[in-house]
Write a protein that binds this ligand. Structure first.
Ligand code: TXE
Length: 500
C-alpha cells in the first residue's frame, strides 16, 4: 500500500496558543535591545506562527551579566545540592502538568509528531530532569593520600556561567539535556535556542521561574547563530560552552572560544551512523529497525542510521521488504495521531535534503523508492531509499539529516567494520545479529560513542551520549555530563604543624 501523505491536509488540528515571544533575561520577559523580531514558521504549512524577539550581541551581554551576577552573588551555586534538586523536581512537576502544550509547541515549530512528543520526547525530558535533580546532592570530591606529611582532598565546584547553544531537531530534549546537569552542578546559564524553533524554550524558562529557580540562573536569548550564537561563544565572561549542531559550526564555536577567554567547549556534532545487519538476523525485525533508525523524526536525528549495511545472504530479501516498508510509512500532518513522519523543519533543510537526493541519482546510486516532495504545501519528503551506494559517494559520507537511507551490501565481518568506520563521523552505530561474538567484535572495533545491539535509539538519562572523531567530544547525559560543568579544586594541608 502506498499511503504517503495520505493524511496531509485532510483535517485541521487545533494549534497551541503562543504565550511567550520575548527574550527571558534575569527572570523577566523582555524585548530585544534592537527591538527586532523574527518570524518562526510552521513547516507543515509554511505559514508564520509568531514573531519572536531577536536577540543580538547586546542582549547576550545583558543575559551573561545576569547569569554572572546570579553565579557570583546569588543563591543557586551556594544552596545545598539537596535544595537545588528539590527545586529541579518542582520544575519537572510543572513540565509534566504542561506536557501537552509543550509537545504541541514543538510540533507546530519543528514539525515533530505530537503523539511522539507526548509519549516519548517530553517524558524523556522529565526523566532527564529528575535524574539530575536526584544527582544534585551526590556531587562530591575525593580524599587523597599524598606522599609525605600531607593530606589532600578535592572540591568539585560549579564551573560558572555556561552558554548552551542548541539545535532545532529536539528543542525540548536539548533544552533539558543541556540545562539539567548544569543546574545540578550549581551553574548559571544563557541558552540560545535554534532560530527555527524558539517557542518551547521560552515556556520552559517561564516554568523554571514558577518552580523557584532564582532570576538570572536560566536566561534564554533567541536569535541567529552568526549574531547571538557567535556573541555567546566569544563572550569573555562565559566559562563554558556546550554546543549541539553541525560539525562546521562546531569548528566556529571552538575558534571563538580559543580567540576569547579559552572557555571550555564540548561539542555534539553530526553523524553518519552505520546500521550493520548480519545474515543471521530476523529480516522482518531488521527491516523494522532500519526503518525507525532513518525515518523516525523525518531523519532529523544526529544518530540516524543513515548507512545500512546488509550481509549478502539476506540482502535481496531485505531490499524488497525495506522498499515495501518505506512505502507504508505514513507522511502527513504532525498533529494527526495516524501519521509517522511530519515535515522537515524548514525550507532550507527541505531543499538541502532534496538536493542530496538529486546528488545520489547523479552519483550513480539507484533510487529504490521515494525521492520526491510529498504534497504541494509544507516541507514533506517521501521516505527514500538508495541502493548500489558506494562508500566514496557524498550521500554515503555527508550528513543528509532527512529521510534518506543508503543501502549497501557486505560479505565479511572485517569488511563491515572497515566500511562502518570509513567516515569522518563517529556518533553511533547499530548491530543486528544473534551471534554474541559478532556483536562483541563489532562493538570493540567501531569507533562511535554509542553502539546499539539489536535495538536503536535506546536512550536513557544514565547512558552517556556523545561522539568520536568529528562527531565531537564531551558527553551529554549520565554522570559524565555533570563533569562538564564542574571545576576540580585540590586542597592540601600538612598532617602535622606546618613545616614552615
Ligand atoms: O546547523 P547549525 P544548521 C546538522 C545537520 C543539518 C546541518 C545544518 O546535518 O542539516 O547541521 O543545520 C547555532 N556561532 N545538524 O545550519 O548552524 C544556530 O543558531 C554559534 C546536526 O541548523 O550548527 C543553532 O542554534 N552558534 C545537529 C545551532 O548553532 C551558531 C542538529 C545549530 O545550527 C553559529 C542540527 C555560530 N557561528 C544540525 N552558527 C545534531 N548534532 O543533532 C549557527 N549557530
Amino acid at each position: 500500500m502506498d499511503n504517503l501523505c495520505s493524511s496531509n491536509g485532510k483535517k485541521s488540528f487545533k494549534l497551541p496558543e503562543i504565550k511567550f515571544t520575548k527574550l527571558f533575561v534575569n527572570g523577566q520577559f523582555v524585548d530585544s535591545v534592537s527591538g527586532k523580531r523574527f518570524e518562526t514558521v510552521n513547516p507543515a504549512t509554511g505559514e508564520v506562527i509568531a514573531k519572536v524577539a531577536e536577540g543580538g550581541e547586546e542582549d547576550i551581554d545583558l543575559a551573561v551579566k545576569a547569569a554572572r551576577e546570579a553565579f557570583d552573588h546569588g543563591r543557586w551555586p551556594r544552596m545545598s545540592g539537596f535544595e537545588r534538586g528539590r527545586i529541579m523536581s518542582k520544575f519537572a512537576d510543572l513540565i509534566e502538568q504542561n506536557l501537552e502544550e509543550l509537545a504541541a509547541l514543538d510540533s507546530v515549530d519543528a514539525g515533530k509528531l505530537l503523539a511522539s512528543g507526548k509519549t516519548v520526547d517530553i517524558p524523556h525530558c522529565l526523566h532527564i530532569l529528575r535524574y539530575y535533580a536526584g544527582a544534585a546532592d551526590k556531587i562530591h570530591g575525593e580524599t587523597l593520600k599524598l606522599a609525605g606529611e600531607y593530606q589532600g582532598y578535592t572540591l568539585l565546584e560549579p564551573i560558572g556561567v555556561v552558554g548552551h547553544i542548541i539545535p532545532w531537531n529536539y528543542p525540548s530534549t536539548m533544552f533539558l539535556m543541556k540545562s539539567s546537569p548544569a543546574l545540578a552542578a550549581g551553574c548559571t546559564m544563557v541558552i540560545k535556542p535554534a532560530e527555527q524553533t524558539p517557542l518551547s524554550a521560552l515556556f520552559y524558562a517561564h516554568l523554571a521561574k514558577q518552580a523557584g529557580i532564582p532570576d538570572g540562573v536560566i536566561n534564554v536569548v533567541n536569535g541567529f547563530g552568526r549574531t547571538a550564537g557567535a556573541a555567546l561563544c566569544s563572550h569573555m565572561d562565559v566559562d563554558a560552552i556546550s554546543f549541539t549542531g553541525s560539525t562546521e559550526t562546531g569548528r566556529l564555536v571552538m575558534e571563538a572560544a580559543a580567540r576569547s577567554n579559552l572557555k571550555t567547549v564540548s561539542l555534539e556534532l553530526g553523524g553518519k551512523s552505520p546500521l550493520i545487519i548480519f545474515d543471521d538476523a530476523d529480516v522482518d525485525m531488521a527491516v523494522a529497525l532500519a526503518r525507525i533508525a532513518i525515518f523516525y523524526n523525518k531523519g532529523e536525528i544526529c544518530v540516524a542510521g543513515s548507512r545500512v549495511y546488509v550481509q549478502e545472504g539476506i540482502y535481496d530479501e531485505f531490499v524488497r521488504k525495506a522498499a515495501e516498508s518505506a512505502k507504508s510509512w505514513v507522511v502527513g500532518d504532525p498533529f494527526d495521531p495516524n501519521v509517522q513522519q511530519g515535515p522537515q523543519v524548514d525550507k532550507t533543510q527541505f531543499e538541502r535534503v532534496l538536493s542530496y537526493i538529486e546528488l545520489g541519482k547523479t552519483e550513480g546510486a539507484t533510487l529504490l523508492t521515494g525521492g520526491r516532495r510529498c504534497g504541494d504545501k509544507g516541507y514533506y519528503i517521501e521516505p527514500t531509499i538508495f541502493t548500489d551506494v558506494k562508500e566514496e559517494m557524498r550521500i554515503a559520507q555527508e550528513e543528509i539529516f532527512g529521510p534518506v537511507m543508503s543501502l549497501m551490501k557486505f560479505k565479511t565481518i572485517e569488511e563491515a567494520i572497515e566500511k562502518a568506520n570509513a567516515t569522518r563521523y563517529g556518533l553511533a552505530a547499530g548491530i543486528v545479529t544473534k551471534d554474541l561474538n559478532t556483536a562483541n567484535r563489532v562493538t570493540r572495533s567501531v569507533r562511535a560513542g554509542t553502539i546499539w545491539i539489536n535495538c536503536y535509539f535506546a536512550f536513557d538519562p544514565g547512558c552517556p551520549f556523545g561522539g568520536y572523531k568529528m562527531s565531537g567530544f564531551g558527553r551529554d547525559l549520565g554522570m559524565h555530563a555533570i563533569n562538564k560543568y564542574l571545576q576540580v579544586k585540590s586542597v592540601v594541608t600538612p598532617l602535622h604543624s606546618s613545616p614552615w
